[in-house]
Design a protein around this ligand. Sequence first.
Ligand SMILES: NC(=O)c1ccc[n+]([C@@H]2O[C@H](COP(=O)([O-])OP(=O)(O)OC[C@H]3O[C@@H](n4cnc5c(N)ncnc54)[C@H](OP(=O)(O)O)[C@@H]3O)[C@@H](O)[C@H]2O)c1
Length: 138
Amino acid sequence: MDLILNNDVVPAINQVEFHPYFQQSKAEEVMREYGVQMEAWSPLGHGGDVLLDEVLADIAGKYGKTVAQIILKWDIQRRIVTIPKSVHSERIDANIDVFDFQLSEDDMKKINALDSGRFIADLRDVELVKRLNELKIR
Ligand SMILES: NC(=O)c1ccc[n+]([C@@H]2O[C@H](COP(=O)([O-])OP(=O)(O)OC[C@H]3O[C@@H](n4cnc5c(N)ncnc54)[C@H](OP(=O)(O)O)[C@@H]3O)[C@@H](O)[C@H]2O)c1
């Protein structure tokens, strides 16, 4: 909000933590209101528990897709830009193979209901923020 109110140019995109367990709906609403595109970081929950979620596994079985593919499709249908990370070529291929099906309204709602506010990175943690700022991009 500070960036929007104190600059002449409204940011075009804002990358924030976003996955089924941490959906930041209020932030999404504000970004939409000001025309800022929301982008997910850690869309697959950093490869953690969310990939083992039973609700997601049920939905995945129904569509013949993986849990990762279901999450990525849910991002796209929610109009959230999503760029998952993998070092495995077969996963990279699978992660983009999400354009041959559509999640039903009912399944979208089931995934929306998984929001437990459980985040991965606490950006109020001063030491974490210092460590992130020390990272060098090669
Ligand atoms: N702006 C920021 O502060 C910020 C912070 C964090 C992340 N990000 C960005 O967000 C993106 C991704 O973040 P992330 O790496 O934290 O998390 P992520 O994309 O949520 O998850 C990556 C993890 O999931 C695994 N994975 C990927 N595809 C999979 C699949 N199909 N099935 C099972 N496991 C799969 C990966 O393992 P393998 O590699 O072994 O396949 C890796 O451990 C990156 O572009 C990153 O730069 C930005």
